[in-house]
Design a protein around this ligand. Structure first.
Ligand code: AHR
Length: 500
């Protein structure tokens, strides 16, 4: 048995480029579910509401995260949604029973309100069309409504609703989780593939600039995974640009050691689907590329409530995040950078209240632990992802075998002469000494260093104690001989911002 190193070493070389980082890896998701829309972003009764009913404090927090795109309106909700319900004069919009979440949908917030919201937070809209109860004609009509110049029925309808200029929505999801038996209008892979292909053709005929996202497996535990993905992709390959992945993680067995090693599973999921993409591309002798869109990802296992009891804006799935969840989120985002060659979109599910880093009451806003890694990655990861060589002490995990204690990713932005290194120490008990070496150009200095850490993996933030687990600015080490030395606390996430 070789002896364990006692210290970790990581080697950074700006020539070892994985790929440019797609800014859309830092995107969000908003569904008509629970209190995400109503009482989340839209709450005319809140003292924080602006003249449109949008919550100013929520908008400010979302702007700070800087989500590059926002997926909307679902989710499972999508598969029963009639988009015409949500446009036009508010007093004429129908109240409906939402079968996905057994809630009452008032339709007071719809497509145009969402566009206003996107403008307010400077994010790109990513709309989804209903492939459950919806027809391919309705999907095409929505593209016409959003993107066509005035002069035909649905574009004129948009103009009559106060929006003469097209919204020019570029990103479109063709359905949601159609592999899941829980989905309204669930289809087998080939049935979905054929419907999605025909919808995609019509959507693209309306607007050839649209970028389409095909439904992939709802998670890697689905019995149809990854065959569903192969079948749907083989049918739709030429018509789509992205293939979606969804995954919700959890520490269901309270095995924190395995939970903190989940990056192994995340990487495996991407690698398998990357293999499927390569297989289908080769089989079809295609020159066209399809990339992955992880358009629902998050920790979700403590509050899985999904029935609203036929009420408006019920409290559903309002997960409270703790320190270990934040460390899982941080290493998940490390995986985004390490897989930046094939993964181009990732949407945190969701943006407010429902399985979200943000929680609102009528007059207050709370940032959960997971807010901090999401915000730091979004703010600092840019340019290209680097392939970091890591040597690390390891430990045994029940679920993934031997895993390194250190989980690292790095980015380098040549245009701005900046870099960032994102480091998780998975150990629950040990501080980990780390030597970080730059193999080509070393930064003159570490311009800033941020850390999120604690002794208790279950520690969380609350309205009474909102700053229990937050990222703090710490004194960065000096760069000496193209290297720095760090002592990473147990259960920690550390970010170094460098300037070359
Ligand atoms: O984000 C919550 C739900 O999780 C979504 O509606 C669905 O797509 C997934 O199963």
């Amino acid at each position: 048995m070789p002896s364990q190193p006692t210290k970790a070493r990581a080697y950074i070389d700006t020539n070892r480029v994985i790929s440019p980082i797609s800014p859309l890896l830092f995107s969000g998701f908003l569904e008509h579910m629970g209190r995400a829309i109503y009482e989340g972003i839209y709450d005319p009764a809140s003292p924080h509401a602006d003249e449109r009913g949008l919550r100013k404090d929520v908008l400010a927090a979302l702007k700070e995260v800087n989500y590059r795109a926002m997926r909307y309106p679902g989710g499972n909700f999508l598969s029963g949604y009639r988009w015409l319900d949500g446009v036009g004069p508010r007093d004429q919009r129908p109240r409906r029973r939402d079968l996905a979440w057994q809630s009452i949908e008032t339709n007071q917030f719809g497509t145009n309100e969402f566009m206003e919201f996107c403008k307010a937070v400077n994010t790109e809209p990513m709309l989804a069309v209903n492939m459950g109860t919806g027809t391919i004609q309705e999907a095409a009509n929505l593209v016409e409504y959003c993107n066509a110049p005035v002069g035909t029925q649905y574009a004129d309808l948009r103009a009559s609703h106060g929006y003469r200029e097209p919204h020019n929505v570029k990103y479109w999801c063709v359905g949601n989780e159609m592999d899941g038996p829980w989905q309204i209008g669930h289809l087998e892979a080939a049935e979905y593939g054929l419907k999605a292909r025909e919808a995609a053709k019509m959507m693209r005929w309306h607007d050839p600039a649209v970028q389409l996202i095909l439904c992939g497996s709802s998670n890697s535990a689905m019995p149809t995974y990854p065959e569903w993905d192969r079948v749907a992709l083989e049918i739709c390959w030429d018509q789509v640009n992205y293939h979606s992945m969804h995954y919700y993680a959890g520490n269901r067995d309270n095995d924190t050691t395995s939970y903190l090693a989940l990056s192994a599973e995340f990487e495996n999921f991407v690698d398998t689907l990357d293999g499927v993409l390569r297989y289908v591309k080769a089989k079809r002798r295609s020159k066209h590329d399809v990339y992955l869109s992880w358009d629902e990802w998050n920790v979700w296992y403590k509050d899985t409530s999904g029935s609203g009891g036929w009420t408006e804006a019920p409290h559903l799935s309002e997960e409270v995040y703790n320190l270990e969840d934040a460390l899982v989120v941080a290493q998940w985002m490390n995986v985004f950078l390490r897989k930046a060659d094939v993964l181009k979109i990732a949407c945190v599910a969701q943006a407010v209240n429902v399985i979200s880093p943000l929680h609102t009451t009528r007059d207050a806003l709370l940032k959960h632990t997971t807010y901090y890694p999401i915000m730091l990655f979004s703010k600092l990861a840019g340019g290209v992802a680097l392939d970091v060589a890591v040597q690390s002490p390891s430990h045994d995990t029940a679920r993934f075998g031997v895993m390194p204690l250190l989980d690292v990713s790095a980015s380098y932005d040549e245009a701005n002469s900046t870099g960032a290194i994102f480091i998780v120490n998975r150990s629950q008990t040990e501080s980990l000494p780390l030597e970080l070496h730059w193999q080509d150009r070393a930064p003159q200095r570490i311009s800033a260093m941020y850390q999120l850490a604690g002794n208790d993996p279950k520690a969380f933030n609350s309205l009474e104690n909102p700053n229990n687990i937050v990222s703090v600015s710490v004194q960065p080490p000096a760069v000496k001989d193209k290297a720095v030395e760090l002592l990473l606390p147990p259960l920690s996430f550390t970010v170094l911002e460098t300037r070359l």
